[in-house]
Design a protein around this ligand. Structure first.
Ligand SMILES: Cc1ncc(COP(=O)(O)O)c(C=O)c1O
Length: 486
């Protein structure tokens, strides 16, 4: 397989040729900016297959990706893991049916439930001590939730944005014992299962549908993703239908070629590249363990907390920095300003960096130098004050009573009558929320439509804003008011 002619090879040959395009795209492969990129951007012309019902070069490319992940079937997606999750949920559940989703699912899973008019039950992942960081979904919590016989599918996120892995193997076994398919949002783990240095993938762990954002952790263009289909619980025709329904009728060949090139690189050089990354990461972790006031999150969680919080593993490529003396935003801003290192995201008390096979030794050195300088500077400071409301919001696994859903998420979004009021008034009335409130990233709702607006939600939103984090989803961009159900 390795070294077969890739989609890029064929596009490159075409780009070098003299074929004149009286067809889409309108740039006619003739633009001075990004010249080479435009020259390779085509539509479904002769010899280039069609992603809707692939039977030629695109089919071979998808089969090659399937073989790499040991998946029975794999789809290329050009609208992100978002479209894969929409399709996966749509394929498994019909309108009015019930789905069990982990409360820390990405908003696309909530949107899938809303668009397919599903009833939603939640399983709450176990929160870690770091405010706003979830641990894993405990298999026994899934087992308990599945005592509701009406559930048609389960969706969990593993790994999380912070690299926490749930026991997908055990959760898949439990779902299958109930004849229910398991959808795993493995958007952040497209590298899983590709080398001995990588954690096992959900495909290997028995998930029925696994969604990968190729662009997040493999060398591919933004928006590229994969959907893997396995087992016999999911109707494959429904999967094909919804993948196609959520796919542009003009999928970009640049994006598809970019997925194919990433697969080709992993196939040809993956062994060496992942071994080098593994080596660089263990050196980095070793050096980082010498920091006094900054730590890598996985080094701060002991075996007891791991067990209590259902952490089955960590993605070694996810570097999560925590400190009692500097918030996530400060860590991120300092590295940007002084070291020209841009991290992936900042949370209330943590900051996240993503390491991949395209990182360089120089990059790791710069990151480490920046952290060492910050570490030296913050030592004399007092500890940051505790984060109260926001942290307790994530403690919901233990305390779910305050924001319990008053009505279903789909019904709340689709309600005709909505009322706008201040957060304080909404909290005082314990009103039912009619819109999402989330931080982006990670795009996990602090509050979902249909949930009760409590005083701690209102306080948590205030805390996030005070910390300079982006609270999104609210139609009032000032964030002062919220839409509620009357
Ligand atoms: C857990 C998770 N799932 C899904 C997505 C959506 O991925 P994409 O941006 O590829 O559509 C994201 C995006 O950040 C995510 O964090």
């Amino acid at each position: 397989m390795g070294g077969d002619r890739t989609l890029f090879d064929q596009l490159a040959e075409y780009a070098a040729g003299d074929m004149y395009p009286f067809h889409m795209p309108g740039h006619k492969r003739n633009m001075p900016q990004f010249e080479q990129l435009y020259r390779h951007d085509i539509t479904e012309i002769d010899g280039f297959d069609s992603l809707h019902g692939a039977s030629g070069i695109l089919r071979s490319a998808q089969e090659r990706a399937a073989a790499l992940y040991r998946s029975s079937e794999t789809y290329f997606l050009v609208n992100g893991a978002t479209s894969g999750l929409l399709a996966a949920v749509g394929a498994c559940c019909r309108p009015g049916e019930r789905i069990l989703i982990a409360r820390n699912c990405h908003r696309s899973v909530y949107n899938a439930a809303i668009m397919h008019q599903l009833c939603v039950s939640f399983v709450y992942p176990r929160p870690l001590k770091t405010p706003g960081v979830y641990g894993g979904v405990a298999p026994e919590d899934v087992e308990n939730a599945l005592s509701d016989r009406g559930i048609r599918a389960v969706v969990i996120t593993s790994p999380t944005y912070e690299g926490v892995i749930s026991d997908v193997f055990r959760i898949a076994q439990i779902c299958h014992a109930h004849n229910v398919p398991l959808i795993v949002d493995e958007a952040h783990g497209a590298h899983f299962g590709l080398a001995p240095e990588c954690p096992a993938s959900s495909v290997d762990a028995g998930a029925d549908l696994t969604v990968h954002s190729v662009h997040k952790t493999l060398p591919a263009l933004t928006q590229t993703a994969l959907l893997h289909v396995n087992g016999s619980l999911v109707d494959r025709e429904r999967v094909a239908y919804y993948v196609s329904a959520y796919l542009s009728t003009s999928p970009s060949y640049l994006l598809m070629a970019s997925i194919d090139e990433a697969m080709n690189m992993v196939e040809l050089e993956g062994g060496e590249l992942f071994a080098r990354l593994g080596h660089d990461l263990s050196e980095f972790s070793h050096e980082a363990s010498g920091l006094r006031h900054l730590s890598l999150l996985n080094q701060t969680v002991n075996a007891r907390e791991r067990e209590r919080c259902a952490v089955a593993g960590w993605d070694p490529g996810r570097l999560v920095f925590v400190s009692d003396k500097a918030g996530g935003k400060e860590i991120m801003e300092q590295l940007r300003r002084e070291d020209h290192v841009e991290l992936e995201m900042a949370g209330m008390r943590h900051a996240v960096a993503i390491a991949t096979i395209r990182d360089t030794e120089e990059g790791f050195c710069r990151l480490l130098n920046g952290l060492q300088r910050l570490d030296g500077r913050i030592g004399e400071r007092p500890d940051l004050p505790p984060v109260r409301a926001y942290a307790s919001l994530f403690g919901r696994a233990a305390d779910m009573t305050q924001e319990l859903p008053c009505i279903n998420v789909s019904a709340a979004v689709n309600a005709r009558e909505k009322r706008r009021m201040s957060f304080d008034e909404a909290a005082w009335r314990r009103a039912c929320c009619a819109e999402f409130v989330y931080l982006y990233p990670p795009g996990i709702p602090l509050l979902a439509p249909g949930e009760t607006i409590s005083a701690r939600v209102s306080e948590a939103v205030r805390e996030c804003r005070a910390e300079g984090l982006f609270v999104e989803g609210l139609s009032d961009r000032s964030g002062k008011t919220v839409l509620t159900l009357p």
